[in-house]
Design a protein around this ligand. Structure first.
Ligand code: SF4
Length: 327
């Protein structure tokens, strides 16, 4: 690990200034991802600005939203009574993430910014367009079982690893930021970027801009939501396929639905097409098949990951039957 300066500011404004004024500076909160990347040589900073003294750890419900401070720990958010009651998909996504030790330490702002688990990205000895633009993407013809079938480019097919972001996306959450240019409210669907020709750029944050909170609307549908995560082992493992769903039923008919997916795409993946295929319909084999096909239209499978195209359709169907109480 390279040497770096360390600062622990007492205000958000000071934190923003300390990072914004130096191109090589970066923020740290829980540190559960950043420190591994720095030790592996996959990322380096010459100044680390520690956010943990800032008052950004509260979870507050008011005015039709739950506001979650960026420094709230994953375990605390998952266990918060308002989150469990009004946003069960968020609580479940967090509890299905990482390990108890990591959830006790990791902050939710950093969770949205965590880097991909692509093995080539984390191996500083491998070429990787995301880590070193222009060096190539060995995953496209190499080890790609964990990689994306949606949202990829010929530059990068790495999956976004966050479960929490997938749950937030299904509930139309908004990310609140502070940066050198002021404050912003960014819908989560606009926050993460597709790789395109710039896979090194993963979100819309400017240098020195930090997440201060996320706001999640507490709708009737959000209260009837759930997270399904399929993975190779039952703890401390990333999704092979994940489905976040919120459902509003009138009798046996889907009045409204929100669907977001993890494990299959280069960013948390919303599918308005699959939602449209379900809205106003009963949950049957035919409507579930139509929704699944709408979801995977345009998907690209490779030698290691093509199985996800079928698996995510099965996961969607099973999850909606369970959530809607339809056998
Ligand atoms: Fe790098 Fe993306 Fe290719 Fe993985 S998939 S090696 S992160 S460019």
């Amino acid at each position: 690990m390279k040497a770096f300066d360390y600062a622990s500011p007492a205000t958000v404004a000071e934190a923003v200034r300390l990072v914004g004024e130096r191109p090589g500076a970066g923020f740290i909160a829980g540190g559960t991802d950043l420190l591994n990347l720095m030790k592996d040589g996959a990322r380096s900073h010459d100044r680390i600005v520690d956010l943990n003294a800032l008052p950004l750890g509260d979870v507050v419900q008011s005015g039709g939203v739950i506001r979650i401070g960026a420094l709230a720990r994953m375990a605390d958010v998952a266990a918060h009574p308002a989150v469990r009651r009004s946003l069960p998909v968020v609580s479940q996504a967090l509890l299905n993430s990482a390990s108890p030790q990591v959830r006790n330490m990791a902050a939710i702002g950093g969770n949205l910014l965590q880097r991909t688990r692509c093995g080539y990205f984390r191996d500083a000895g491998s070429p990787c367009n995301k880590r070193q633009p222009g060096s190539g993407c060995p995953a496209i013809d190499g080890q790609n079982r964990g990689h994306a079938v949606l949202g990829g480019s010929d530059q990068c097919i790495a999956v976004h690893p966050s479960d929490f972001a997938v749950a937030l996306l299904a509930l139309d959450a908004v990310v609140l930021t502070r940066g050198p240019a002021g404050s912003r409210r960014i819908p989560l669907g606009d926050f993460h970027l597709l790789p395109g020709t710039t896979p090194d750029r993963e979100n819309v944050l400017a240098h020195g801009e930090m997440i201060v909170a996320v706001e999640v609307p507490t709708t009737t549908m959000a209260a009837k939501s759930a997270y399904l995560k399929l993975r190779d082992r039952t703890t401390f493992e990333f999704a092979v396929v994940a489905v976040a769903a919120a459902l509003d039923m009138r009798g046996s008919v889907v009045r409204d639905v929100r669907l977001a997916f993890g494990g299959i795409a280069t960013k948390p993946w919303r599918s308005p097409e699959a939602e449209a295929a379900l809205r106003g319909k009963a949950i049957t084999d035919d409507t579930l098949a139509a929704a699944g096909q709408a979801l995977v239209r345009g998907a690209v499978g490779r030698q290691g990951n093509a199985f996800k195209i079928d698996l995510v359709q099965r996961a969607l169907a099973g999850h909606l039957r369970e959530l809607g109480g339809v056998r």
